[in-house]
Design a protein around this ligand. Structure first.
Ligand code: SF4
Ligand code: SF4
Length: 495
């Protein structure tokens, strides 16, 4: 439907859209991006749709390659298995979690703290060093908006100038057809995104099965997908860059994470000013062509300085480099540099805050890695059932307890249990048992000690050995843990 389906810059089309973000909808007067207002919102509070022009260049090439890799990983990951288990699955309903070949249950949830804080500090380090690299290149909001939805919009409604004209035009059959087709495709993609996301929380084969049955049979999943699809659809159809500008907490944190040595996208005022048409006597390198503004997805003018709305997408760098190349001037009037670099030409990479963030990041990685590697892949805990803690009978003190064994291995395993108590007898209801992966079993145990031999501090010691399914006869992969519990008696009552 689009007559110009490629991304290559087209001078005429680009010239037409240069002024597009500068026109305030419905007012008929020019509006230049400034530091006091959001281009996403008109003075009367209505939405001002931003239609960034297309551009090409080295950063676009890198971004596009990365985006399609990330989208491929996102869609494929729920289908990937490692050792017969999902590569990533957060099965909240069954409280089973799988991460790259490791299996976890609810008792391992504390590890999530180190995992999430590690990710957080990774972003802190990245932001302190390279500004909004995450936002411009890897955030799902950017990846899907720019890599999928905006592209489809372009195919259906044309380039930025055509989209702006269509926006302003009265509703006709052709406009209704294009808008209807676009919304239909957007909705279908929103459904695909949310069903893929569901595959991270529910085994993907169950997702496929649920899709073939009535919503009532999987009501929770149905509500989850419905609400999320609505959010995704509205976000990518209408809300768009406002998510980055007014919703995202990471974007709000940037001011605290930046310093004058953080790499940002910026404009070299020393080189560009005073701006003016090419060939003007005494003018800087900026010819005030507005190309950097027309490609900006948040509608700002980077020449006004670093702004909260800048998501670091580097569109303006590619656009300006293209202009400079055509003028036969060096590229880099708009470029990645630090505030100090733009102002003085000096740059500093290592600063105290980078060390602090990097230290916290490495500490989180160390604790998480150590916790994972030292984690015993099964649990054996002593539980006291409700009721009498012990009985004294026929001159013996008897403790009635349960041994709770949880198999956290990724496979079914055979368990052997033995127990001992100084001067007493330990009777275990089941000494050999098989437990499926991430399942548990409680084994009743009676510990009996002659009353005259019982003393405070007496304890029972269990030795539990697990052999994963497929372990050779010599038990090469067998794992043994020891667990102890105090015994209760007349001189040692539980309070
Ligand atoms: S694209 Fe470059 S030359 Fe054109 S207005 Fe922006 S900074 Fe100036
Ligand atoms: S100013 Fe440049 S880097 Fe920032 S959002 Fe706009 S186009 Fe992207």
């Amino acid at each position: 439907m689009n007559p110009n389906p490629t991304d290559a810059p087209r001078p005429n089309a680009d010239a037409a859209v240069v002024s597009r973000p500068l026109v305030q909808k419905g007012k008929g007067r020019a509006r230049r991006p400034d530091l006091d207002t959001l281009m996403s919102v008109n003075a009367d509070g209505s939405r001002n749709a931003i239609h960034p022009a297309d551009c090409s260049g080295r950063f676009q090439d890198r971004k596009h390659g990365l985006w399609y890799l990330l989208i491929g990983i996102y869609l494929a990951m729920p289908w990937v298995e490692i050792g017969g288990k999902p590569a990533i699955l957060i099965d909240i309903q069954r409280r089973h979690f799988y991460l790259l070949g490791q299996t976890f249950n609810a008792q391992d949830f504390w590890l999530a703290f180190f995992f999430i804080s590690g990710l957080g500090f990774t972003l802190f380090v990245v932001a302190a060093l390279w500004g909004r690299l995450w936002c411009g290149y890897a955030c799902p909001q950017t990846v899907f908006l720019e890599g999928v939805f905006r592209r489809i919009e372009r195919w259906i409604e044309g380039n930025a100038a055509s989209r702006a004209r269509l926006d302003a035009a009265p509703m006709t059959a052709q406009k209704a057809l294009r808008r209807g087709l676009k919304l239909f495709v957007f909705f279908a993609i929103s459904l695909l995104i949310t069903h893929s996301l569901l595959g991270y929380f529910m085994p993907v084969r169950e997702v496929c099965d649920a899709m073939r049955h009535s919503p009532g049979e999987h009501l929770t999943a149905f509500v989850f997908v419905s609400v999320l699809t609505a959010i995704v659809f509205v976000n990518f159809t209408w809300f768009r860059e406002q998510t980055c500008i007014v919703v995202c907490p990471y974007g709000r944190l940037q001011g605290a994470l930046y310093d004058p040595d953080t790499k940002i996208v910026g404009y070299d005022k020393r080189r560009g000013e005073p701006r003016g048409p090419a060939g003007t006597e005494g003018a800087g390198d900026c010819i005030d062509c507005f190309r950097c503004v027309s490609v900006c997805p948040t509608g700002i003018d980077i020449r006004n300085g670093t702004q909260m709305e800048c998501v670091g997408c580097a569109n303006c760098i590619d656009a300006c480099d293209d202009v400079m190349t055509k003028l036969g001037k060096p590229i880099g009037l708009v470029r990645y540099d630090t505030q100090r670099g733009f102002e003085t030409g000096q740059r500093r990479f290592w600063r105290p805050r980078v060390f602090v963030y990097a230290f916290l990041f490495l500490l989180g990685c160390f604790v998480f890695g150590r916790s994972i590697t030292r984690r015993v892949p099964f649990e054996a805990n002593v539980i006291r059932p409700p009721g009498a803690a012990f009985v004294v009978e026929d001159g013996r003190v008897r403790n009635l307890i349960q041994l709770h064994v949880v198999n956290k291995l990724p496979t079914r395993a055979a368990f052997t249990v033995s127990g001992s108590a100084a001067g007493g007898e330990v009777t275990i209801a089941q000494q050999e048992l098989q437990i499926d992966s991430l399942q548990d079993q409680r084994i009743p145990v009676v510990v009996s000690i002659p009353a005259e031999a019982f003393r405070a501090g007496a304890e029972v010691v269990f030795e539990v050995t697990a052999r994963p399914e497929g372990d050779p006869a010599d038990g090469a992969a067998a794992i043994t843990v020891e667990t102890r519990a105090p015994l209760l008696g007349p001189s040692n009552r539980r309070r």
